[in-house]
Structures are given as C-alpha cells and as structure tokens.
Design a protein around this ligand. Structure first.
Ligand SMILES: C[S@@+](CC[C@H](N)C(=O)[O-])C[C@H]1O[C@@H](n2cnc3c(N)ncnc32)[C@H](O)[C@@H]1O
Length: 300
C-alpha cells in the first residue's frame, strides 16, 4: 500500500489529530483553481502534508519556521532523500547494536553532543535531528538559553528511527509543487505572496493557559504576548490585501479562565471559532485530556 506523506518528526503542537476539524473551516471552493498555500510556522508540517495531498491544485507552497535545523531538514528531504535514508539506516543500526539501556543512553548523549557542538553537513544535521527526535523524551524539540538542544533520553523500547517510506513519500510530495522553504521570522512570508489566491495557515507557539502549563521553548526567543500582538497586526495587514485568506490556531485561554479574554479582544474584527483538541505532548498524563482550541479566520 502506498504510504501517505506525513510529518517526519514529532513536534510539540502537531496538528495531526485536528486535521479533519481544520479542514471543515477552510475557505469554501478551495478545490477550484490554483492557489498558493503559505505556512509561516510550519513546525512538523502536519497541515502542510495534509493540504498538499488533499489539494493537488496548490501550485506554490511557502513554508517558514524560525528553527534553522528544522528548515534544513525540509530541504534535505525534498532534495536528497536517498542520501538521508542511507545515513539514517547506518545510525539506526549502530544504535540497535548497542545493547542495554545504559549503552543506548550513552549513545543518545553522544549524538546530542555531536548535534550541539559539531559542524555538520545538512544531511548529517538532519540525520541527528531525526535520531534525537525518535529517542528523546516525548519527541520534544527544546533548547536552552544558549540555543542548545537539551531534551533528555526517552527510554523507548524499539523506536523506529528511519522510516524510509515516509521520507520518500514526503520527498515526492514536496517536489510536486513549486516550494519556497524559508528560515526566519513569520513576517517575511508576505514577500512570497503569489499573483492569484493565497491561503495562509498560522500555527504559532500557543499562548500559555497558565504560567506552568506552557511549552513555548521551540527557539531561544520567547513568543510572549507582545509577539502574539505582533502576529495579530500582521494578520490584520494581510486582511487588507486582495486575494488573501487566513486561518490561525491558538490556545483557548478564556475556556480556562473566563476573565482572560486576550484573544477575544485582539481578534474582535475576525471570526473566532472553537475546535476540540487533545494535546499529545504534555509531560503530565493527567493533562492530556480534551481541550478546546481557537480557530480564528478572516472569512466566514
Ligand atoms: C506550534 S508550532 C507549529 C506546529 C506545527 N503546525 C505542526 O503541525 O507540527 C510553532 C512553530 O513556530 C516556530 N516559531 C516560533 N517563533 C517563530 C517566529 N517568530 N517566526 C516563525 N516561526 C516561529 C517554532 O519553531 C515552532 O516550530
């Protein structure tokens, strides 16, 4: 059976569970005519892979993230999937021949040091990124104040490190469109708006529901309320442009605390909807239950 393209990394905030609900909120008639799909906070790309498969009429796609190594991984998967698979299989083999938990942990720590301290070509960089993602605790990508990856060993029994079918399916799909891959701040994506219709999906770091529940350290720069406001201003600016529609996900802060109407105030000119979410990444299992999330749009 043909493998479907899907995220090659686990990523905090991954949208895998939400895709069918997000689809229901897409603009009507999206299947008609070519368009440009733009994802300024692409992360693991669950929505990207979904959109490219469901809407083959996407002519161009523009993806961006502030995480340089994540962006290099998209480039490697698009351009040199075979080279990546070869090196990843070799690393996987070395890992599996190191017996016992302690030896595996030492292997992980060594790989983490290489990832943090060494000059690597893009294929090796991506190889270690995928390896660490499969073997670290909860598949998180988290960095310390110096920007070093610092997630501990995950102690999984038999993690699949190299999923060649997914890498090849992703590569094929990424090559099926004109793809612009960018690394930087979300605001730069406006420079790549196409002539026809453009659809943006924003999945920024979520605003914390409370001071301790937050997982926000994707990058060494924090995404605080000032950043949320900057993003809203950017969305408002996009709304003034012809042929642009956007949809944006964020945490439903007022469901947790009715007095916290931060997003209701910020996006009062737009359409605010709620979808059911189950958070996969939370160190505390009791907090993995159902939650609502906001889905804000500049159309009905
Ligand atoms: C919630 S995640 C996206 C999840 C993703 N949609 C998925 O399905 O896995 C947010 C992403 O925003 C990125 N990010 C943080 N600040 C940014 C900025 N100023 N500009 C662009 N990307 C940023 C992070 O590196 C992270 O990958």
């Amino acid at each position: 059976m043909k493998t479907a393209a899907k995220p090659f990394l686990k990523w905090a905030g991954g949208k895998g569970q939400l895709l069918s609900q997000l689809d229901q909120h897409l603009p009507r008639n999206l299947s008609e005519g070519e368009f440009t799909y733009i994802e300024p906070f692409v992360g693991g790309g669950a929505m990207l892979f979904y959109m490219l498969q469901k809407y083959p009429n996407i002519k161009r796609a523009v993806i961006n993230d502030i995480n340089l190594y994540l962006i290099k991984a998209y480039q490697v998967i698009r351009d040199t999937p075979q080279g990546l698979i070869e090196r990843l299989l070799e690393l996987e083999n070395q890992y599996y021949t190191s017996c016992g938990d302690e030896t595996k942990k030492a292997f992980f720590l060594k790989a983490r040091t290489i990832f943090n301290e060494s000059d690597l070509d893009d294929i090796d960089r991506t190889k270690y990124l995928i390896f660490l993602n499969r073997t670290c605790f909860n598949g998180l990508y988290r960095v310390n104040a110096k920007g070093k990856f610092n997630v501990p060993f995950g102690r999984y029994k038999n993690p699949t490190i190299c999923n060649s079918d997914i890498i090849l399916a992703d590569s094929k799909l990424l090559n099926s469109v004109e793809l612009v891959i960018m690394n930087g701040d979300f605001e730069h994506t406006v420079e790549h708006i196409g002539d026809g219709f453009n659809f943006f999906y924003f999945d920024p770091p979520y605003r914390p529901l409370n001071a301790t529940s937050s997982f926000n350290s994707y990058a060494k720069e924090e995404f605080d309320d000032r950043e949320q406001i900057r993003l809203r201003n950017y969305c408002a600016m996009l709304s003034e442009l012809p042929n642009v529609k956007w949809m944006l996900s964020n945490a439903d802060c007022s469901a947790k605390n009715p007095e916290d109407t931060f997003f209701e105030n910020l996006y009062n000119d737009f359409s605010i909807n709620r979808v059911q979410a189950s958070r996969a990444i939370n160190a505390n299992p009791s907090k993995r239950g159902k939650l609502t999330e906001l889905l804000i749009k500049n159309y009905d």
